[in-house]
Design a protein around this ligand. Structure first.
Ligand code: PRX
Length: 656
């Protein structure tokens, strides 16, 4: 686990090798500095030039950044483009027969899809959606396994201007219901089941359950992709099979010209209140962020690279670095249905060897668990194809970083530790692998044009070395445009008045070292980062108190060796505080309950029962205290304002 102490002691530096730098898209620090200087000298000109260079516009833009209605910024607002056109059509003249996707199924079956085939499949599905009445601006929920079809569905929406909202297949029916409702989706695209680690996950059943929860009259059709072949009930008039929908559809379909500011997708993420936020991204700026980061951070070489980002399309990483970025560059990429530990903890290494992966992007939590399950396994596989490694989602502790660097990357591959968020759409702070000297545990420096800083509560920069709030001072193309249906919450959350209303507040704390490198220290809000997944403590609390047994609940995080953070729930039952076997039984019930309310990833790792929760005299739960208790720390805090100090002893006891 990365502690601030271990991070502060870190002083190893690994400059890019001469060989890597020689072939890099951005070669050497001077080249990086030149880009940074260019952005500083002419901010709009910098972005405009890149947008013209890398995106194919059906109508060129003349406006660049529009700040007139801050913080509702607009980019390239009079330009028109289509993201699917940029990912598919424009590659066909030169790359029709090039492999776009290498799909490896859970059971190891491999299939490949060329750009030409992918284009046809996307067009057919887009025509299918149109035949169901889906029009520009309509919302489509995608609740799918990792599959070629998931990417096809996303690209098809982009092609006809429908706004997709992908819901991670691990979320429960209840969570799905909430998102279907909030987005007012017209169509849901799902599969009979997904297969992960040899186990079937019933997706269609969850959709049926969500539909039965009611108040979803907005949904007209449910499209079901047959993955496992399991028997699933199909409701006449509402449900139809994917293969029936695409049968007979034309294999070309106009890529509808979209305004650069038209929404491309909504992706729900956790915030500090109970209700998930629908992060809304725009067409033009988002695509630009995806493309530039592929160029700069992943040093994309479309003709020779085999790119593999292990993220699920249910998360932002799976949007930008699976469904859009690599395709926009015309790369070959791997898509993996399964889990890193099945059939063995060597799966990733086998796959890298099998597909000759050059660029591998995963999460620190996966790295830590694979170290534990077989630190030596990578050495038993041919990983010589690798040239670049990446991590995302949470701070990586230097120990895990060193293993990744030495054992997986054989001390040859730079590691890009990429800091970004659902809201930023693409990488914000990261080494450029042919330029930035890297150090274990830091995401290093902002990408060119990203004006990241660390400030105090009043918005003033903190002295070098001190911790503060991570902000981005200037609007950037790939940032979220608003929260779906909740512009007020958007303003309050990301552009608070205290910081002047125009500075993007990321919600992380960070410090900078003597080289100006950013060291992310964690969230400043009530958001947990469990295995790289964002979970709101309030979300889990609401789920717990929805259980008829529970009177009150408070949730905090505690450091966890593999997952980064673990979920600890303090629960007051309506009945007397349980002990022994009864307590164990209730813990199991409550964990299952949270699994059903949100999804298995949100299940508390630990539940502790009390007759009450520690509160101030004004009734506020003292979370800082709960965090200290969860960590097993001596309580040194002043508890004199505590209404009920005796409660602390009870809460120190975790149910075994
Ligand atoms: O706390 C930061 C952490 O993940 C949060 C964003 O979560 P999410 O929107 O789910 O997106 C994850 C994938 C982009 C951030 O606020 N985080 C992300 N990347 C890093 C990180 N923390 C430290 N280092 C990173 N490289």
């Amino acid at each position: 686990m990365s502690t601030i102490e271990s991070v502060l002691q870190e002083n190893r530096v690994f400059p890019p090798s001469a060989a890597f730098a020689a072939q890099a898209n951005v070669a050497g620090m001077a080249a990086y500095q030149a880009l940074v200087a260019k952005a500083a000298a002419d901010y709009e000109g910098f972005w405009a030039e890149l947008a013209r260079q890398h995106i194919t516009w059906s109508k060129p833009f003349s406006q660049v950044l529009d700040e007139s209605n801050a913080p509702f910024y607009k980019w390239f607002a009079d330009g028109e483009l289509n993201v699917s056109y940029n990912c598919l059509d424009r590659h066909l003249p030169a790359r029709a027969d090039k492999t776009a996707l290498i799909f490896e199924a859970d059971d190891g079956t491999v299939s490949k899809v060329t750009y030409q085939e992918l284009y046809h499949r996307v067009c057919q599905f887009a025509n299918g959606l149109k035949s169901l009445g889906v029009q520009k601006g309509d919302r489509v929920i995608i609740y799918m396994p990792m599959s070629v079809e998931a990417v096809v569905a996303m690209q098809a929406c982009a092609r006809i201007g429908a706004i997709h909202s992908v819901v991670f297949g691990g979320f429960s029916a209840k969570a799905l219901h909430e998102r279907i409702q909030d987005a007012r989706a017209k169509v849901v695209v799902t599969a009979d089941e997904s297969l992960r680690g040899g186990k079937a996950v019933p997706l269609k059943a969850a959709v049926d359950e969500a539909m039965a929860m009611g108040d979803v009259d907005n949904v007209q059709k449910i499209v079901v992709y047959r993955r496992s072949g399991a028997a699933v009930p199909m409701q006449a008039g509402r449900d139809l099979w994917w293969h029936d929908l695409v049968k007979g559809q034309a294999d070309s379909c106009e890529a509808v010209p979209m305004n650069a500011e038209d929404p491309l997708f909504i992706l729900y993420t956790s915030g500090s209140t109970g209700k998930p936020k629908g992060v809304q991204h725009a067409t033009g700026g988002y695509l630009l962020g995806a493309i530039l980061s592929m160029q700069w951070v992943f040093d994309a070489k479309p003709d020779t690279d085999v790119y593999w980002c292990t993220a699920d399309v249910g998360w932002i990483t799976g949007h930008t670095y699976v469904a859009y970025g690599p395709l926009a560059l015309g790369m070959t990429e791997v898509i993996f249905e399964g889990v890193p530990t099945y059939p063995s903890a060597a799966r990733f290494w086998e796959m890298i060897a099998r597909h000759k992966v050059t660029t591998f992007y995963t999460a620190p939590t996966a790295i830590r668990s694979l170290i534990k399950l077989g630190a030596d396994l990578p050495r038993q596989h041919d990983l010589s194809s690798l040239r670049l490694l990446g991590t995302v989602g949470e701070p990586i502790n230097p120990e895990a970083w060193m293993w990744y660097y030495e054992v997986v990357g054989q001390s040859r591959c730079p590691i890009v530790d990429t800091w970004w968020q659902t809201e930023t759409g693409s990488n914000m702070i990261s080494p450029l692998p042919g330029a930035t000297p890297i150090k274990p545990g830091t995401c290093t420096l902002p990408l060119p044009g990203i004006m990241a800083e660390i400030v105090d509560e009043t918005g003033h920069p903190v002295p070098q070395g001190s911790g503060g709030m991570l902000v981005i001072k200037r609007p950037f193309p790939s940032q979220l445009r608003t929260l779906w249906g909740d512009p007020e919450r958007f303003k309050k959350t990301y552009f608070p008045e205290e910081l002047g209303g125009k500075t993007y507040l990321a919600g992380d704390s960070s410090r900078r070292d003597e080289d100006g490198y950013f060291w992310i220290m964690g969230r400043i809000d009530d958001v947990l980062n469990v295995s790289g997944h964002r979970l709101g403590t309030m979300e889990i609390e609401s789920a717990l108190v929805a259980n008829p047994m529970v009177a009150e609940a408070a949730v905090v995080g505690k450091p966890h060796e593999i997952k980064g953070e673990a979920v600890v729930a303090y629960v007051v039952l309506k009945r007397a505080r349980p002990t022994g076997e009864e307590a164990k039984k209730i813990v199991a019930e409550l964990r299952d309950w949270v699994g059903k309310e949100i999804g298995p990833i949100a299940k508390p790792d630990e539940i502790r029962f009390g007759d009450n929760l520690p509160k101030t005299r004004s009734g506020k739960i003292m979370r800082r205290l709960l965090r200290a208790i969860a960590k097993g720390e001596e309580i040194t805090q002043d508890v004199s304002t505590l209404e009920n100090p005796a409660i602390l002893e009870q809460l120190k006891e975790a149910v075994a």
